[in-house]
Design a protein around this ligand. Structure first.
Ligand SMILES: *Cc1c(COP(=O)(O)O)cnc(C)c1O
Length: 474
């Protein structure tokens, strides 16, 4: 399998080449040259597989530069009951007829990002050892991504993580999750500032190409193809659990921010998985909902980006969206480049409403969309608790709300549960007047010793920290 860029760059690459890279050289995102096809007969054979075995079958279609035995070992090591809490890894539970929740949030940090990040940690360690190289991951987080990355990379050979976060802005639970890690290769850096200051530091360091090369700076953001590929697996696993025959079709509703999660659903559908609709659910930050309703994609300014009670979906633009637009435009890299490079930088938006391809988003690719408000989330959390004695988190509530707006009587729809309620306890208490349960392994984590450096938003200081950590280890 070869990979190409959404902006038309001619060079083709293989999986392990793009694994440790971010954007393609032309600023585009990597996608496979073609989507491998999975027949109904194959799906029926896969019904008997464990999650790790299923992951191996699907990853094998995309990865041809890691020997099969090694890839199998990596999958077996990643998707265990010990790490993800259940034998199914992504179990289903029912709400009203037709509606089910698929749990993606039982991993180490209780959010769906673990599903891909845990695999990425093992892939990075494997590939770095094979090359005899090291990698220093520099990131910025306001919550879920940073902790998922740290739990995936802790103790891994050849990898260090330098994770900046805005001081005092994450929930106490999220701070405790990250700062209680005592692993020598994990560096928590609390920046005096807001999330944008953290992102600016990451950009400034990455733009210093000499420093970047010398100190092998890398990232783990959601545009990484390996993360998307790992997420494709749970769409298959959800489908196989929800159906008895591979003639049935089901739909998925996905709480969405950067379009990474649902883009994996699009890839699964392109591979032939019988998916009827892919329902995009946003919160008040409705960049994606606006596009799917009107054909206008409009990047928000920071003053126009709202802080909501489903904070992991508070985005100003959807960084994986370009991948879908590439397919929607018939894989025309020049056209994608004109939209995402030229038009977005000139005017901050583009408009496909008059383009005949726009209607294909719904007709050919099955996309629907909707949004929710804080009041919708509270009402949905209350309703699911009262009727089903079940507590869902605020992001999953966005998904359930929008799923219910669309669910037809003849449909089966799975709502992806992207986090456990304990991560967003304050809103649960607001809705239900009680706190959600806390998994036993997180009892008392707020009281654990914290390992965190506090710094001004000073690029040179961060560079010194990285340089000293690398040089001291040599
Ligand atoms: C990251 C995240 C999302 C959004 O996923 P995208 O891939 O960015 O669309 C939704 N819910 C939770 C809890 C998350 O952490």
């Amino acid at each position: 399998m070869q990979y190409l860029s959404t902006r038309g760059h001619l060079e083709r690459k293989r999986f392990c080449e793009i694994l440790l890279e971010g954007l393609a050289p032309d600023g585009g995102l990597y996608l496979p040259e073609t989507y491998p096809q999975v027949e109904a007969a194959t799906l029926d054979i896969w019904r008997g597989l464990s999650y790790a075995e299923l992951a191996f079958e699907i990853l094998s279609l995309y990865v041809d530069d890691i020997p099969a035995d090694d890839l199998k070992t990596l999958c077996n090591k990643t998707y265990t009951q010990e790490v993800f809490g259940t034998l199914e890894i992504v179990p289903l539970r029912g709400l009203e007829p037709g509606l089910k929740i698929q749990a993606l949030s039982n991993g180490p940090t209780l959010a769906f990002k673990d599903m891909a990040m845990q695999l990425l940690g093992n892939l990075f360690e494997y590939e770095l050892a094979r090359r005899g190289e090291e990698l220093n991951i520099l990131g910025a987080t306001s919550g879920d991504t940073g902790s998922a990355a740290e739990y995936a990379m802790r103790g891994k050979q050849g990898v260090r993580v330098f994770m900046t976060s805005p001081k005092g802005r994450m929930s106490p639970f999220q701070q405790a999750q990250m700062f209680s890690l005592q692993d020598a290769n994990i560096y928590n850096i609390a920046i005096e500032g807001v999330f944008d200051d953290c992102q600016d530091i990451v950009k400034a360091v990455s733009n210093d190409l000499d420093f970047k090369r010398k100190y092998k700076i890398g990232t783990v953001n959601s545009i990484n193809w390996a993360r998307l590929m790992a997420q494709v697996v749970y769409y298959f696993a959800g489908y196989l659990q929800a159906t008895a025959s591979s003639k049935e079709k089901i739909s998925f509703a996905v709480p969405s921010g950067n379009f990474g999660n649902i883009c994996a659903g699009h890839v699964a559908r392109m591979m032939g998985l019988p998916i009827d609709n892919l329902v995009v659910a946003t919160n008040e930050n409705d960049v994606l909902d606006e596009f799917f309703r009107t054909g206008v994609y409009r990047v928000r300014t920071s003053s126009d980006t709202h802080e909501t009670s489903s904070p992991s979906m508070d985005i100003s633009k959807a960084s994986n969206f370009e991948r879908f637009v590439f397919d929607l435009l018939g894989r025309d890299g020049a056209k994608v480049k004109a939209l995402f490079q030229d038009q977005l930088s000139a005017q901050g938006s583009f408009d496909l409403s008059a383009d005949p391809v726009f209607k294909l988003a719904a007709e050919r690719y099955g996309f629907l969309s909707g949004k929710s408000t804080h009041a919708n989330r509270l009402a949905t959390i209350q309703d699911v608790y009262k009727r089903f004695n079940n507590i869902i988190d605020t992001h999953t509530a966005d998904g359930v709300k929008v799923a219910r707006d669309y669910l037809r009587p003849d449909q089966t729809m799975l709502v992806l549960e992207t986090a456990l309620p304990i991560k967003f306890a304050a809103t649960i208490e607001e809705a239900l007047g009680r706190l959600p349960e806390r998994p036993a392994r997180f009892e008392g984590i707020e009281a654990l010793p914290k390992r965190v450096l506090e710094m001004a938003p000073d690029v040179e200081q961060i560079k010194r920290l990285i340089a000293n950590s690398v040089n001291n280890a040599e």
